[in-house]
Write a protein that binds this ligand. Structure first.
Ligand SMILES: Nc1nc2c(ncn2[C@@H]2O[C@H](COP(=O)(O)OP(=O)(O)OP(=O)(O)O)[C@@H](O)[C@H]2O)c(=O)[nH]1
Ligand SMILES: [Mg+2]
Length: 425
């Protein structure tokens, strides 16, 4: 079954808690602190995989849970980081956050990976809080909690050319003739219920992917017929082939053309501005020539007449598609094309940061900034409570995340005024 939309929940693992422990050795009754750091919780990653072509496995709302990181141990033993979870989805899957429909990623290339929920950091053990004024701290950080998110997965097929038109105009028949795809063909409307893809090779050695989409009817944008559910697959198509039936029918070809065009427009995403090739189908049927002539007079632009029965016009149509693809750029799905915006976004100047970090050498860093240094000097870190307050402040400011982005590695020394501590990922 072809499923192209699903809602899933992801939860990354919590970081392991740091340990509080002291060395107790025979001749050292008051050995120093020896609580190890906790390990990082598992992140949840999504990966585009070309061997998967539907979201079928996600049809019943699923939850992906990353395990927690291991707790820190005694004798300064580090807790193990949990193994990340990788979820494979079809190439072309777009991931949104459910709460605000913000796009998180467009997995449009095989192998592309995105982290959707980051594992929590491990907490530092009490060894990290040792200082000249507090030689035996009895405090440790808890591991950072993981993230929970609800995500919408939407598959938008990666086709170059999309076939659209009324039901039964011959879209599936065309795809079956020009590619090795085998869609169902029948003379009743809505034979095609899900999109089909086929690879087309032209005789001059070019190739492209063609998608056959379920038929559209008037009011599709309000959900009539199969609605617009499948139009999302056209969003990526660079060229639209609009097929109008010239065969025996009680419908008026020109009216049908106007209706479908209106549906494309109502859908938005600039679909009606895509390059469109107009095709007249079933030209072998009686009266087709006459209907085409009338249509051409109303339409006023060239149309490619074809017949699936006699093969007439098929090569001409494929060359026209390939030529148009050669000169049509890819359309960005999500607004990185400024021209598509008819308003300009002004950004407020970023608020003055509470701190910045300077690299002193390969493994030494210094946190600078008046505000944070003032906070440090007003905090009595010779008590466990004061030290905890400081660590909470540093965590709230996401100092560790900033250090990670800057390329810090485990065990690096981080200075703040006359205090120093160890970086831990
Ligand atoms: N005479 C003639 N019949 C055709 C031609 N192309 C398709 N047909 C017939 O038209 C009917 C509908 O064809 P389909 O390819 O299933 O049409 P469709 O556009 O995919 O229809 P939906 O999937 O329902 O939207 C079938 O009975 C086909 O055999 C043609 O060029 N000439
Ligand atoms: Mg069909």
């Amino acid at each position: 079954m072809f499923i192209d939309r699903a809602v899933v929940e992801v939860r990354s693992g919590k970081g392991g808690d740091g340990a509080i422990a002291f060395l107790r050795e025979k001749f050292m009754p008051n050995g120093g602190p020896a609580g190890g750091n906790g390990g990082r919780g598992a992140s949840v990653l999504f990966r585009a995989n070309s061997h998967i072509n539907t979201l079928y496995n996600f049809r019943h709302s699923k939850t992906f849970i990353g395990p927690d990181g291991e707790k820190g141990g005694i004798k300064n033993q580090y807790g193990k980081a949990a193994k990340d979870i990788i979820v494979d989805v079809p190439v072309g899957t777009v991931i949104f956050e459910e709460k605000d429909h913000k796009v998180i990623a467009d997995l449009n290339e095989d192998g592309k990976v995105i982290c959707v929920a980051k594992g929590g950091r491990g907490g530092r053990g009490n060894t990290c809080f040792k200082s000249p004024t507090n030689r035996a701290p009895k405090i440790a950080e808890n591991g950072e909690p993981g993230e929970t998110k609800r995500l919408i997965l939407e598959l938008k097929l990666l086709a170059d050319v999309g076939l659209v038109g009324y039901p039964s105009v011959g879209k599936s028949t065309l795809l079956s003739l020009v590619s090795s795809a085998r869609p169902e063909i029948a003379d009743y409307p809505f034979t095609t219920l899900v999109p089909n893809l086929g690879v087309v090779h032209t005789k001059d050695g070019r190739s492209f992917v063609m998608a056959d989409l379920p038929g559209l009817i008037e009011g599709a944008h309000q959900g009539k017929g199969l609605g617009l559910r499948f139009l999302r697959h056209i969003e990526r198509c660079r060229v639209i082939v609009h097929i109008v039936n010239m065969g025996l029918s009680d419908r008026d070809p020109y009216q049908d053309y106007l209706i479908i065009n209106n549906e494309l427009k109502s859908y938005g995403f600039g679909l009606d501005k895509r390059p469109i090739i107009l095709v007249a189908s079933k030209m072998d049927e009686e009266g087709a020539e006459k209907r085409l002539k009338k249509f051409e007079e109303q339409f006023g632009q060239p149309i490619i007449p074809i017949s699936a029965l006699t093969d007439d016009g098929l090569d001409k149509l494929l060359y026209a598609c390939a030529d148009l693809l050669d000169k049509t750029p890819h359309f960005p799905l999500y607004g990185d094309d400024e021209n598509e915006l008819d308003f300009k976004v002004y950004e407020l100047p970023e608020e003055e940061k509470e701190f910045h970090i300077r690299r002193l050498d390969a493994h030494k860093w210094r946190i600078e900034g008046d505000k944070i240094i003032k906070f440090y000097r007003m905090t009595n870190i010779s008590t466990d409570e004061g030290m905890m307050l400081l660590m909470m402040k540093l965590r709230k400011l996401k100092i560790d995340d900033t250090l990670e982005t800057l390329g810090a590695s485990d065990g690096d020394t981080v200075f703040l005024d006359d205090f120093s501590f160890e970086y831990w990922s």
